[in-house]
Design a binder for this molecule. Structure first.
Ligand code: GMT
Length: 375
């Protein structure tokens, strides 16, 4: 099939999922066209089934806000016509489903029918989408999609709760590619980050408020009182400075390493002993899954879809949002005994295989076929 994928090209989970999906589809022989404003961060174009079409938004002084949706829908129309695209898959409802719908309608005027799959990722529903300013347009564009998927059962339920949705929503979870990790765990180079006796605790995110970054620091603060440990903070975002200041005021700055955005997530996770994800809301928690495939147990909140990924007492522990005492106690339960740590590491890796791409990709492919047939 010839598939156009619209996504955010950034380090965020929805962009990562869309990019990895496109790469996997291309490996399976599909022709994949990414349409977005910058080359997605995890995309290398070394595959002759992958194309990238950049959306340009010319600056014009009359506009207080430059009209990205308009430029995107026009680019979609051109790309779909030029490359005879069979199907459009948009990731993150805002504004992609809206722009996709407009492109579909313009193409229909010319007798071209292209089905649209919309994948809901999380904050497009739970945070931004349900805001009254956006809600009517988001509801409309979800209902106008030919197929709607959500990345967890919890996100499906939240979507049905917040919006008046007439469409069936299919749950297609985030995924990892197990075969990429078969040779890992041999050369982790942990000595680059910590002394031999120190445990390494890691957090990776976009440092937005929803991630509850101060809780990460508070949990670590309690852990390092009981055992030698380092905290590695990976990512960039508005709460990074807050975290730096908090580390300073708690006197733990020398034990916390801020690495910024990184393309070497697996290398970092390879030498990590524990992953922290205390989010306020999280539709799935791709970062937790990436930790688990790298044999890293997860201490997380029980928000949103996280319990579908991190299994309490098996791959890590779940606590209520904000319960930093409980999270720290559970972290110490795992880290305090090497045998227990090893058991959790093994469980994390094994459990992550539920989300192997070989299981998830066919779910998308089946939906594509159904949508294509029903044109
Ligand atoms: O985590 C973020 O804030 C980034 C966000 C995104 O849209 O890129 O991630 C969302 O989509 C991911 C991929 O489906 C999910 O794994 C994340 O849980 C979800 N984030 C939230 O719901 C906060």
């Amino acid at each position: 099939m010839k598939i156009a994928i619209v996504c955010y090209p950034t380090f965020g989970g929805s962009g990562v999922v869309a990019t990895e999906l496109g790469i996997a589809l291309a490996d399976r022989g599909h022709e994949v066209h990414f349409v977005t404003y910058r080359q997605p961060v995890r995309l290398s174009l070394l595959n002759n089934n992958i194309y990238f079409h950049e959306v340009h938004v010319p600056e014009y002084p009359l506009f207080h806000y430059q009209p990205y949706e308009l430029a995107l829908s026009s680019k979609l129309v051109d790309t779909i016509k030029l490359h005879n695209i069979d199907l459009l898959h948009v990731h993150y409802a805002i504004p992609h489903a809206y722009a996709g719908y407009m492109a579909k309608k313009m193409l229909e005027e010319e007798g071209i029918y292209v089905p649209m799959i919309t994948t809901l990722h999380g904050t497009d529903i739970t945070l931004v989408g349900k805001h009254p300013f956006y809600k009517p347009a988001v509801t409309f564009s979800i209902n106008q999609s030919d197929v709607v998927t959500s990345v967890s059962q919890n996100l499906k339920e939240r979507t049905l709760e917040f919006f008046n949705i007439e469409k069936d929503i299919q749950v297609v979870p985030n995924f990892i590619d197990k075969k990429k990790y078969s040779n890992s765990f041999t050369d982790c180079q942990r000595s680059l980050m910590a002394d031999d006796d120190e445990k390494i605790i890691t957090h990776i995110s976009n440092f937005r408020k929803v991630k509850r970054i101060p809780d990460v620091v508070q949990v670590f603060h309690r852990i390092q009182k009981e055992m030698p440990a380092k905290l590695i903070m990976v990512g960039e975002g508005p709460q990074k400075e807050v975290a730096e200041r908090l580390c300073d005021s708690l006197g733990i700055s020398d034990k916390v390493i801020f690495l910024g955005n990184s393309n070497e997530i697996d290398r970092i996770l390879c030498f990590s002993d524990l992953f922290l994800l205390p989010s306020e809301s999280e539709s799935f928690g791709l970062a937790a899954l990436e930790a688990m495939i790298n044999k890293v147990p997860v201490i997380s909140s029980n928000a949103g879809g996280i319990p579908e990924v991190n299994l309490d007492g098996i791959t890590g522990y779940l606590n209520d949002v904000g319960d930093v005492e409980g999270m720290a106690a559970n972290a110490l339960k795992i880290l305090g005994d090497d045998e227990v740590l090893e058991k959790f590491k093994t469980n994390a890796r094994k459990s992550s295989e539920r989300f192997d791409i070989l299981k998830v990709l066919p779910l998308y492919e089946n939906l594509y076929e159904e949508a294509y047939k029903s044109r």
